[in-house]
Design a protein around this ligand. Structure first.
Ligand code: ZN
Length: 260
């Protein structure tokens, strides 16, 4: 093995030197992701995320999110997701592309017999998942992590335009306007109050929807939406702008449907 490697390496290396960039382009090494930023349009947009730097290559994978929810298969064996949510104080941070609410520890869900702790939720305007090709004006992602495996379970909730949302109304006048700015308050609330009462959901294996697009997510997209007023949705959209990754090909994956 060692001899073979040495024998073949030299001619390849020489060819590269002779033909320079033309023949060696396929061997190009991506830069470090240190200081690299991604965007939602243009040369750093979603179509190019996988080429931006060495840790973003998963963005070009086959187990990516979001997806269009269509052709879901009913699965009578799926349960309501057991949720043990405690109240949390308010910790809002402007992450640049999204407004994130960090959640106090100790709130968990159970998925496939494994426990995942709620770390944070954040918003996308418009929604990232679509249903039959139709998007909602907003989607909230509740990010839960299994500390032992590092895997994630993310609950997606569609927000449709309608009545003013009483929980969001506590926050919309305090959304931090600049990158890394924070708003902290002792006032508590429960994530449960931002989820629909009906526990029907769609589930599939997918990824983070932002770089590095790691394929470690069990997605649980609630079938039923919650409502917020047009003004409330606008307050989020004005800060995070367009931050929905386009839907990705299913690549043979099955979306399962739980009817509560
Ligand atoms: Zn998200």
């Amino acid at each position: 093995m060692t001899i073979l490697t040495k024998t073949y390496l030299l001619p390849v290396f020489t060819a590269c030197l002779l033909l320079t960039a033309v023949s060696c382009k396929e061997d190009k090494t991506l830069p470090s992701c240190e200081g690299v930023t991604y965007e939602y349009e243009g040369v750093d947009g979603p179509e190019h995320w996988s080429e931006l730097c060495v840790d973003y290559t998963d963005c070009g994978g086959k187990v990516q999110s979001p997806v269009d929810i269509t052709g879901a298969v009913n699965d009578a064996t799926l349960p309501n997701i057991p949720r043990t949510y405690a109240a949390s104080a308010t910790h809002i941070v402007n992450k640049g592309h999204t407004i994130q609410f960090n959640y106090d520890g100790g709130s968990t869900i159970t998925v496939n017999g494994e426990s995942y702790e709620l770390l944070q939720f954040h918003t996308h305007t418009h929604s990232e998942h679509t249903v039959g090709g139709v998007s909602a004006p907003m989607e909230i992602h509740f990010v839960h992590k299994n500390a032992a495996t590092g895997k994630l379970a993310v609950i997606g909730v569609f927000v449709e335009e309608g009545a003013q949302n009483a929980v969001l109304e506590h926050f919309v006048h305090h959304l931090p306007a600049t990158l890394d700015a924070k708003y902290e308050a002792a006032e508590t609330f429960s994530a449960l109050d931002l989820m629909p009462a009906d526990q029907s959901y769609f589930t599939y294996a997918g990824s983070l929807t932002t770089p590095p697009c790691s394929e470690i997510v069990t997605w649980i997209v609630m079938e039923h939406h919650i409502e917020a007023s047009a003004a409330q949705i606008h307050d989020f959209e004005a800060l995070e702008h367009e931050n929905a990754r386009p839907v990705q090909a299913l690549e043979g994956r099955t979306i399962k449907h739980h009817k509560a």
